[in-house]
Design a protein around this ligand. Structure first.
Ligand code: GDP
Length: 364
C-alpha cells in the first residue's frame, strides 16, 4: 500500500518528500530507507510504541511503515501526454491514496507555473488532468460494454448505464469518488477500473512559517472549495518543516516546534493521516527481543494479521492471544494482564482491533 504525493510544479512536493523521508524529523531515531529515488518507506509515528518500549524494554523497536511516492511533473496537459504526463499518470494509478499538495504561501522568489498563487485554480488544474485520464479509461470500457449490450448481455446493459453516468460526471468535472453510485455499482463496475479520481484523497496546504499553526486565507479557500468532499485537510509549513528536520537533536527540534505553536512535526501528522487514508491500522507484538508495530488493513482477521509476520503463521493458524493496548498499559506487563484474566484467546474469525497486542499459536 502506498500514497502518492501530487501537485503542480513548485508547490513543495519534493521538499515535503525529503522531510518525510528524513528520520530525524520524527521523535525517535528509527532508520529510514529509500527504495527508489522517489519512493520512501516512512515510519509511522506512534506514541503507543514508545509506551510499550518503556514497559517491555526490548532489544529493538520496529515501527509500522507506509510507502510514500513523490510523483513529480504533473502539469496542465499531462493527460494528453504533455511533458512526461502519461508516465506520471501511470505512476499515480499504482498508488492507493493521493496526497494533493497545494501552494498556500506567497513568496516572489518561488515561481508559480501559472503566474500567481491560487490553490483552488491549482487544484482544478490537477483534478482536470486526472479526470481526463479516467475519462479515457471509462470510454474504452464503455465501448466494450456497448458492444456486449447489443448482443443482449443483461449485465453489459447495466454496466453501460453505470459507465455512461460516470462519463457524464467526469465530463462535468466531478471526480469518481464523489459520484453518487450504489455500493454494488461501484464494486461491480468501477472499482475494477482502478480509476485515479476514485482513490481516497487528502489535501496538504503548504503554508508559510507564520501560518503553520493557524492556517491562512488560502487554507480557508481550500476548506470552502472542498467542503462537500469529506476529505481531510492538513496545514503544513513544508519549507519550515524541512529546516526543522535538519536540526541535530530532538530537543532543538521540539524548541523550534514550540516556537511555531506546534506539538509535533506536521510531517508526523501527515504520515499518520496517510496511514488512515490507506485504511490501515496497527497491531503490536511485544517481547524482550523486539517490540514491533505491524500494519494490517482495517477489518483483517487474526489469521490474516498473523500472515503479515509470515505466511506460515496464517496457514497453520490455531489461535491468537490478545491483550487490548489499554489493558497492557494499565496492568503494566503481560504477566499482570494474564493474572487479572484480561488476556483473551481468539479464533480464526476474530477481527483484529487497532492497538491489540498479539501472540499467535500455529502449527508448522
Ligand atoms: P515541487 O516542484 O512541488 O517538488 O516543489 P519543491 O519542493 O521543489 O519546491 C519548489 C520551491 O519552493 C523550492 O525552492 C522550495 O525551497 C520552495 N518551497 C517549498 N516549500 C516552501 C514553503 O513552504 N515556503 C516557501 N517560501 N518556499 C517553499
Amino acid at each position: 500500500m502506498k500514497a502518492g504525493i501530487v501537485g503542480l510544479p513548485n508547490v513543495g512536493k519534493s521538499t515535503l518528500f525529503n522531510c518525510l523521508s528524513n528520520a530525524k524529523a520524527q521523535s525517535a531515531n528509527f532508520p529510514f530507507c529509500t527504495i527508489e529515488p522517489n519512493i520512501g518507506v516512512v515510519n509511522v509515528p506512534d506514541k503507543r510504541l514508545e509506551k510499550l518500549e518503556e514497559l517491555v524494554n526490548p532489544q529493538r523497536v520496529i515501527p509500522a511503515t507506509v510507502d510514500i511516492v513523490d510523483i513529480a511533473g504533473l502539469v496542465k496537459g499531462a493527460s494528453k501526454g504533455e511533458g512526461l504526463g502519461n508516465q506520471f499518470l501511470a505512476n499515480i494509478r499504482e498508488t492507493d491514496a493521493i496526497l494533493h499538495v497545494l501552494r498556500c504561501f506567497d513568496d516572489d522568489n518561488v515561481v508559480h507555473v501559472d503566474g500567481s498563487v491560487d490553490p483552488i485554480r491549482d487544484k482544478e488544474t490537477i483534478d482536470i488532468e486526472l479526470q481526463l485520464k479516467d475519462l479515457e479509461s471509462v470510454e474504452k470500457k464503455l465501448d466494450k460494454a456497448k458492444r456486449a449490450a447489443k448482443t443482449g448481455n443483461k449485465d453489459a446493459v447495466k454496466e453501460e448505464a453505470v459507465l455512461l453516468k460516470v462519463k457524464k460526471e467526469l465530463e462535468a468535472g466531478i471526480s469518481v469518488r464523489a459520484i453518487d453510485l450504489s455500493a454494488e455499482e461501484r464494486k461491480e463496475y468501477i472499482t475494477p477500473l482502478q480509476l485515479i479520481t476514485d482513490k481516497p484523497v487528502m489535501y496538504v496546504c503548504n503554508v508559510d512559517e507564520a501560518s503553520a499553526a493557524a492556517g491562512n486565507a488560502y487554507v480557508e479557500q481550500v476548506r470552502a472549495a472542498t467542503a462537500d468532499e469529506n476529505a481531510e485537510i492538513l496545514v503544513l509549513a513544508v519549507g519550515t518543516e524541512a529546516d526543522i528536520s535538519e536540526l541535530e537533536t530532538y530537543e532543538e527540534r521540539q524548541l523550534f516546534l514550540e516556537d511555531l505553536g506546534l506539538e509535533e512535526p506536521g510531517s508526523s501528522k501527515l504520515i499518520r493521516a496517510a496511514y488512515h487514508l490507506l485504511n490501515l491500522h496497527t497491531y503490536f507484538t511485544a517481547g524482550e527481543k523486539e517490540v514491533r508495530a505491524w500494519t494490517i488493513p482495517v477489518g483483517a482477521t487474526a489469521p490474516q494479521a498473523a500472515g503479515v509476520i509470515h505466511t506460515d503463521f496464517e496457514k497453520g493458524f490455531i489461535r491468537a492471544e490478545v491483550i487490548a493496548y489499554d489493558d497492557y498499559v494499565s496492568y503494566g506487563s503481560e504477566i499482570k494482564v494474564k493474572e487479572a484474566g484480561k488476556m483473551r484467546v481468539e479464533g480464526k474469525d476474530y477481527v483484529v482491533k487497532d492497538g491489540d497486542v498479539m501472540h499467535f499459536r500455529f502449527n508448522v
